[in-house]
Design a protein around this ligand. Sequence first.
Ligand code: ADP
Length: 423
Amino acid sequence: MLRKIHFRLAALCTGITCCILFAMSLAYLYISEQGLKKSSFISFQNDMNTVISNMEQQTVITHEWLTKLEDNGKYQINLIDNGVPFLYNERNDEAQKERFAAAWDYFHSHFAVTPVLSPYTTWHIEFPFSYHKEEYYACASVSERRDTVFQALILFPLTSLERQIRLQRFLFLLLDLIAALALALFSWYFTQKILRPLDENQKKQIQFIASASHELRTPLSVILSCASASRISSGEEQKRFLSSIQSEGTRMARLIDDLLLLTGSDSQNLSCEIRPAELDTLLLEVCEAFEPLASEKKLKLSVHLPEKILPPCLCDKNRIRQVLEILLHNAISYTPEDGTIILSLSREKHAFHLSVADNGIGIPDSDKPHIFERFYRADSSRNLKEHFGLGLSIAAGIVKAHRGQLLVSDTPGGGSTFTLILL
Ligand code: ADP
């Protein structure tokens, strides 16, 4: 699914950027070609002004002058004296003669206005002309010389200009193709980077659903088997089955509550009623509530409070109580008999530090980065029935909603210390 989206997104990005690129290249090419044609026509007109004024100064037009003017095929010249073609033109082949005839026809049909001539002045005009798909600039001139009308037609083939335009087009196409390739690679990489969090999120969700289903299946199967067994049993045995059903049902209800809380923290919907709260009182209350459980496990539970009275902290007292309960419950679970658990409160740089330190089994460094993940349980705790591996992720979600921090470190001498920092 994400692969498909990735491919489509990359294709869309590449398609749009390439369209813009090609449109811009075409516009640039068009403007540049127009400029090239205009400047080459102007330079042809300038050349023709020089040639015509040169021609005006010649009393006799010589063969050498014409050959020099032709400049190795740069220009093609056709001269007509009083309606009779110059002998020089006899060198032209049939194709060339036809081309000149077509150019003269074009000139006569398009520039029908007869110029007013004064002796020894030459009237001339330059125009673009195409013959059999070949492009030319043409210059037609008419002058009066010793009672005769002298006409000249000079053709300038645009082969070099066309070659230049073709080369420019080819280079642009090549550059556009390279740019399109680079854009495709970039889009592929860029969209992959954008979609990576989505991909990771999807994987996490799948993992979460799989783990939640797995955790729910265990109490459910106990409930079902106890229910069917209680039907065929009676007396004390039936009571035992019913009490198992109740305790597994309670376990399921707690797990569902935890899952709902995590879903709320995921969608930023974790409700927090922020009010000023006295953390020292809260710590004492939590300690008092866990005292029986701690003494049941023969653990020493104590509270360290600062000597000075601390100002109230802006937080949701009940949620922070929930975090402390999770930490304390874990500390009691993972500390062997005769261990010590210390709850402490301090204020450092305007932040409240609440910590739960135990001298229990501790958390290996390799497990530390994972303990806040959902359903993560270190191997040693897998057989603890009331632990789903959700406690710390719920605590982290609540702390995140308070914009605080939850840190884990080793207790000097062994065990773990969890520190909750609130602003
Ligand atoms: P659980 O419900 O399994 O305790 P948690 O999310 O609260 O899940 O904790 C995740 C894991 O972190 C536990 O399975 C345990 O391995 C480890 N852990 C948490 N607190 C402690 C502690 N005080 N001492 C040692 N290990 C702990």
